[in-house]
Design a protein around this ligand. Structure first.
Ligand code: ADE
Length: 226
């Protein structure tokens, strides 16, 4: 898989993409991630990427030309399965979408910053408008990282057995896992549930299923689901 991200603040993406499992996925050639600096596609004298909005209002908008230049260049090199535009007005992101994107060959993510992007960029190129939740962030970079992280870990061969996504909470978007514990068996007077120390696999399995059922019910209740 190849992922291209276009951003006015590319530095904010570099470190998270070069850490831990996402870093390893790139080293293992399971994914190639390219971060494009919007400013590199501003061809005027001052390399200006933002401007005041028509019709007034506070803040600056990202200008259309650098986005068009960058996106058209990328599109001339390959086709993209999805061109994702993170926006609070988009469809709520979930595990089902992560799975769908993880099957793609090429994905592009257009990150806005400041007040947003001239809407012609969205109109012309976005295939998917995605919100990562009902709150406002300073830009599309964190949503881009959320999408990349959730997608890359689903690419076959990215996670090893012990990290396997097979047992994930929310694997079908509807299920919360039982809690985990490690050593020490007692810490500051807090004990690990006895059954987990028992070695009785059947009992442990039953306990995990029961915990999972309780946590799933609780999760549905606090989120007003069903
Ligand atoms: N940009 C700003 N806030 C956002 C959100 N919640 N989801 C996606 N993109 C955003």
């Amino acid at each position: 898989m190849r992922i291209d991200v276009i951003s006015a603040v590319p530095d904010s993406l570099i470190s998270p993409l070069n850490t831990s499992i996402i870093k390893r996925a790139q080293e293992k050639k399971k994914v190639e991630i390219f971060v494009h600096n919007l400013r590199d596609y501003a061809y005027d004298k001052h390399k200006q990427i933002d401007d005041k909005p028509f019709g007034g209002g506070p803040g600056m908008l990202l200008k259309p030309e650098p986005f068009f230049e960058c996106i058209e260049k990328l599109l001339s090199e390959r086709s993209y399965d999805y061109i994702i535009y993170p926006t609070p007005g988009g469809k709520f992101y979930n595990q089902e979408l992560a799975k769908k994107y993880s099957l793609a060959q090429n994905i592009m993510i257009i990150a806005g910053h400041y007040k947003g992007i001239d809407d012609r960029v969205r109109q012309k190129f976005a295939t998917d408008e995605i919100s990562i939740g009902n709150y406002i962030l300073t830009g599309g970079e964190i949503p881009a990282l959320v999408i990349i992280d959730s997608v890359v870990r689903l690419i076959p061969g990215v996670l090893n057995d012990s990290e396997s996504a097979l047992n994930d909470s929310l694997i079908d978007g509807n299920y919360i896992e039982a809690p985990y514990y490690t050593r020490p068996a007692e810490y500051k007077g807090m004990k690990v549930p006895e059954v987990l120390l028992s070695g009785n696999e059947k009992k442990i399995k039953e306990w995990k299923e029961e915990q999972s059922r309780i946590l799933t019910e609780k999760w549905k209740k606090i989120n007003n689901l069903e």
